[in-house]
Write a protein that binds this ligand. Sequence first.
Ligand code: 1OR
Ligand code: 1OR
Length: 350
Amino acid sequence: MMKFFKKKKNYELAIGNVSERPAQYNAVRSSILENPQKEDKLPSSFIRRKSVFAEHYDPEEDEDDDNDKVVYPKSDEQRKQLAEAVKNILLFRSLDQEQVQELLDAMFERKVKTGDIIIHQGDDGDYFYVIQSGTYNIYVSTDQENETFVGKYENSGSFGELALMYNQPRAATIKAASEGSLWAMSRQVFRKIVLKGAFKKRKEYETLLEGVPMLQSLNSFEIMNLCDALMPKSYKDGDIIIKQGEEGDGMYFVENGTVRIVMTNESGEEKELLKLSKGQYFGELALVTHKPRAASAYAVGKNVKLAFLDVLAFERLLGPCMNIMKRNIEEYDEQLIKIFGSKANISDLR
Ligand code: 1OR
Ligand code: 1OR
């Protein structure tokens, strides 16, 4: 238990490297949950899940007008730094090697000084930024409150995708709180290379994640980051997905088909615990407890499609759901005794 609470500080991380979830932010979140009627007083861009995903823009119709590739020359050192900085950008996850190379070519460095305003809330979107170094504060104004500090990025992460993806005004102001360096990508390049895949992925996974009760407390901005982080995985009948006793590297959401969870106790007795279907999740226990996998998971039927969330993204993105997840885990323990008769034969889950 203690271990979990110590760990919890990390779970407070909201998105990527935004390292604070201040009162105002939580207030917005709980006001959405508790007073949905207040919605229209709040900026629609990050409150109403539906409106964020509404089709302001159809990437299928995007004109692919210029085939000329933009290339900003870079030193070997710069290229290396940039490659490192983009490695963990969730939005780039579905890009292939060639697309990543094209992106690296098309980005240019922008040095910043303390106090520089990189993005003004309400402006049209021009660039998407990847952080090389520096601290960047995030401020949001609402109809009720003037510019309020809601979080910050420190030395890694990215920002500025919302306006470019959804053709909306900038949803927040981003101000440099130190000297630093950014990699910028123009709106055109973002739309040409990043948008199509990312847009499709967000739409596909948003529908899946909306049906997961555990995630109800996430706002649309957090859901979108989660969509970017998920990786599709497919399995055939009988394939093993998780092996009891192994180390946990991530968790899964079921997108299609059925998954069987099977546990073997210390006397080698094997029991099927349950079957999971669309919208259910598994593999979270080892990540929460830092213990080996408590059970095995097998694919049932031909076309089992899962969405995988690796452990780093899990820690960055699912902090707000940790309490619900823990509550569900407590139920496992109760079931454990019912299924195996006594706890004597099974090692403690937590
Ligand atoms: P953008 O193009 O709208 C501002 O320009 C950027 O700030 C935005 O893309 C995001 O990349 C980034 N809500 C909305 N945008 C945010 C937020 C945010 N944080 C960073 N950005 N929230 C903060 C969560 C800690 C929600 C505030 C209630
Ligand atoms: P994991 O990372 O330990 C196996 O990998 C997964 O099986 C586990 O996370 C859970 O997501 C999932 N006890 C333990 N793990 C369970 C259980 C469970 N059910 C699903 N998993 N019980 C079943 C309760 C109905 C407890 C009783 C034996």
